[in-house]
Ligand binder design. Structure first.
Ligand SMILES: Nc1ncnc2c1ncn2[C@@H]1O[C@H](COP(=O)(O)OP(=O)(O)OP(=O)(O)O)[C@@H](O)[C@H]1O
Length: 338
């Protein structure tokens, strides 16, 4: 189990990470996301012992690092997987995976699990990007680290490959039962492969929870906007029946402190329906074709802008009148109106 307690990190006078608390279960995968420059890589480096911390502690059962008690990287038994694979070019796949290992059981185990048998004697320059990343992962896992840090491991690979490989990585981490922190810029990846997602802003963790909770019950509008398309419409809460009424329909809501009369209601594009309607309640501003779906931006007659996702066969031209309605059966998240 990995425990990070009130961790703060500074570069000179500049505080980059503040009061970070994370506790990971023994085989838990935490995705770490946030805008560029918010401190994700800095956090990974501090956990690996590559940079000093200014406050707080990082603890595993075998050691505890603090500002005064720095633990050297090689004493932490941490595994790292980078976007550039970092393989030794002159060594074969099996030599890379077994680098400095005396015993080859783990090497053979991960070659087998990650499907590298046919390339075990190849050199890195003979491998595709996906194969290189599998080798890098196998090397990390074969060394049996106590925890693993992944810094955008898939960002140098093409989209089709990413999809499969992210699941292979998740399955391998689970098979190894090692806690992992995985930094990504890909929202879909963050929501689909992690057990929990941490959303960071200016070095502060805004929310750390399951993907479902972060997506459907974000703590604030920043988190809501960061994880997927988010529209906000004005609503009025009726506490007696726990429903919120808006200009495009009403729905149940998650009770929060923002439970005032007037609130802002979070709508995801899939919470809504859109049909062509000459009278309607809004007008299509733009449409983005996504293959199986179409994403519409609609300017409502009351001035609010709403994004709606619809089946690809539901084709509506720009500037056409439409009717947009709330469709979802699940409660909606509300925020204080501003
Ligand atoms: N060695 C350094 N010295 C001084 N400032 C640094 C150093 N490394 C990073 N920073 C600053 O710390 C902040 C956090 O950087 P970090 O690389 O951790 O962000 P990030 O969230 O990983 O960004 P990205 O998503 O772009 O990779 C940034 O403002 C960055 O400019």
């Amino acid at each position: 189990m990995l425990k990070v307690n009130k961790l703060s990190i500074q570069y000179g006078d500049k505080k980059v990470v503040s009061d970070l608390d994370i506790e990971l279960g023994k085989d838990e995968i935490m995705m770490l996301v946030g805008p560029t420059g918010c401190g994700k890589t800095t956090i990974l480096k501090s956990l690996a012992g590559l940079i000093p911390i200014s406050d707080g502690e990082i603890a595993l059962p075998k050691w505890c690092a603090t500002a005064k008690n720095h633990i050297a990287p090689e004493k932490r038994n941490v595994g790292m997987v980078f976007q550039d694979f970092a393989l030794f070019p002159h060594l074969t796949v099996e030599e890379n995976i077994g680098f400095r290992l005396k015993e080859l059981t783990q090497v053979n185990r991960w070659i087998n699990i990650l499907g590298l048998e046919t390339i075990r004697r190849a050199k890195p320059h003979q491998l595709s990007g996906g194969q290189k990343q599998r080798v890098a992962l196998a090397r990390t896992l074969a060394h049996e680290p106590d925890f693993i840090l992944l810094d955008e491991p898939l960002s140098n690979l093409d989209a089709a490959l990413k999809d499969d490989l992210r699941w292979e990585i998740r399955n391998a981490l689970k098979a190894a039962a090692i806690p992992a922190i995985w930094v990504t810029h890909d929202q879909e990846e963050a929501l689909s492969v992690g057990d929990r997602v941490g959303i960071l802003k200016h070095g502060v963790l805004e929310q750390l929870d399951t993907p479902e909770i972060c997506y459907s019950q974000p703590n604030n509008k920043f988190v809501a906007r960061f994880l997927g398309e988010a529209s906000f419409v004005t609503g009025e809460c009726n506490r007696d029946v726990q429903r919120v009424a808006t200009s495009i329909g009403d729905a149940a809501y998650y009770p929060t402190e923002a439970d005032q009369n007037e609130v802002d209601v979070l709508l995801r594009p899939d919470d809504l329906t859109i049909v062509h309607d000459d009278i309607g309640n809004g007008q299509v501003e733009w449409m983005r074709y996504e293959g199986s779906a179409r994403l519409y931006s609609v300017i409502m007659d009351n001035g609010e802008t709403i994004k709606v996702r619809s089946h690809h066969e539901n084709k509506i031209d720009i500037n056409e009148r439409v009717s947009v309605r709330i469709f979802t059966q699940h409660p909606l998240q509300i925020f204080a109106h501003n």
